[in-house]
Design a protein. Sequence first.
Length: 280
Amino acid sequence: MSSFHSSNLFDVSGKVVLVTGGSRGIGKMIVQGFVANGAKVYISSRSAKDCEATAAELNASGPGTCIALPADMQKLEQVEELLRTLTAREHALHVLVNNAGAAWGDPIDDYPDSAFTKLLTLNAQRVFTLTQKCLPLLRAAAEQGGKDGDVFRDPARIINIGSVEGLIVPNHETYAYSASKAALHHLSRHLAGRLGWEGITSNTIACGPFESKMMAHTLDTQGEIIKKLIPLQRIGTPVDVAGTALFLASRAGAFVNGATITVDGGQTVGMRIMSPLARL
């Protein structure tokens, strides 16, 4: 079969994947995409109950598998325990999806110092921590991927879930969130420049509005307004973000390194252009 056939270009079957914050929201959307395409996916979140429920739900549909590996990413000792467990089970990690994160909104006069500590730790520092701990498994996957001299045909992948709020100045008061996501975007590029030489790519998906618990209140109160600000006139669906992650994790995305892919329906570039007749 031709290497250009979609079944080869976007094949992730048999790959071992770790998705943090994978029990719900955008993380779960990405997990659904990998499991539906035959990958073996480990998911983590603070709630063991949520992890187990998501794993049971996705294993029922297959054809891939989903395995609960709960951990609170804010706590270094739990990150280390997660890696000990994963390393005992797997010899290589083909895809690391750093999705776990938190948001915080408050007026500037009331914005707590603790918000910056929490969000910069979880949204940026722990991405580095987990990536660092996963390096032996990612390097092993890169070697498995068909190394030809110093050329890596199927590199290991790091996919970081960022936000459009790290690209533009938000119109609401989420100071720590936007700063931490901007930091994540740059960290991802830094990792790409350093780890690409070892057959490990690092890319970011900068997400616009998607239906998730984090966005639930905003969409309930401002959903119609948000849609009107997006050129495609809708919010993101699970297929939108899962498809982007599958592209980055498959042969189709093997030469992409250091990129920030904006998945927002054009929100960050949308323009309201008045028609000539309306100006008369």
